[in-house]
Design a protein. Structure first.
Length: 211
């Protein structure tokens, strides 16, 4: 009986120690104060009548963040574009058009996927904006389902995939059925970023729009 009892105790301890998606997300928020990664984003539009398959478009670039409120998406292909949150303002720079859109960061982000990535603190810091639920592990990742509590936004749901305390995937679905899957690779945690790295100055001659 002793070997059998030992087996059940070991199994119980293993189950209790195994992290789920919420624990991994909490560790990502608490322990990773800054990071840098490359990303690939695949956007799939709802399939239209007569289409053989849904339309997709793929973008690649680099992502950086510094908690609690700074991040940067640098899209390189197929079209260069920069999105920067500097703590006060959310900047969108369309390089081809030489056009910059500047919005109040707090008002613009709200219940967006960016809030899940760059928020500081812990899960409680997201509880006001999202309903969070651990989802079954899949593809070697821990998963969290996040649904915005606001019903008037364009975001329907987000699935967050984590590998340990590293962000691996954001799977985003909007209210029109468009799906955007962002996969992160080559993670660097704590790369020595400072607030100055997220300062954005509109280039000379750019058309600056402040809605």
């Amino acid at each position: 009986m002793k070997p059998l009892l030992s087996f059940f105790l070991a199994a119980l301890l293993a189950c209790s120690a195994r992290a789920d998606g919420l624990q991994s997300l909490d560790a990502f928020l608490k322990d990773v104060s800054s990071g840098r990664a490359s990303f690939t984003q695949v956007v799939t539009s709802p399939q239209r009548s007569g289409e053989a398959r849904p339309r997709t478009r793929t973008s690649t670039g680099r992502f950086e963040f510094l908690r609690p409120d700074r991040f940067r998406f640098e899209y390189a292909k197929p079209f260069p574009q920069t999105i920067v949150a500097d703590g006060q303002t959310l900047w969108l720079h369309d390089i081809d058009l030489n056009q910059v859109t500047a919005r109040n960061q707090k008002a613009a982000l709200g219940s967006t996927p960016a809030a899940l990535v760059a928020a500081g603190g812990n899960l409680q810091s997201l509880a006001a904006a999202f309903e969070l639920k651990a989802a079954p592990d899949a593809d070697g990742l821990h998963w969290v389902d996040a649904r915005p509590k606001a019903t008037d936004g364009q975001l329907r749901k987000v699935r967050v995939g984590l590998r340990g305390n590293q962000l691996a995937v954001l799977d985003i679905e909007d209210g029109l059925g468009q799906r955007s899957v962002i996969t992160f690779n080559d993670w660097q945690s704590g790369p020595g970023l400072t607030a100055a790295d997220f300062r954005f100055v509109p280039p000379p001659g750019a058309d600056v729009i402040r809605p």
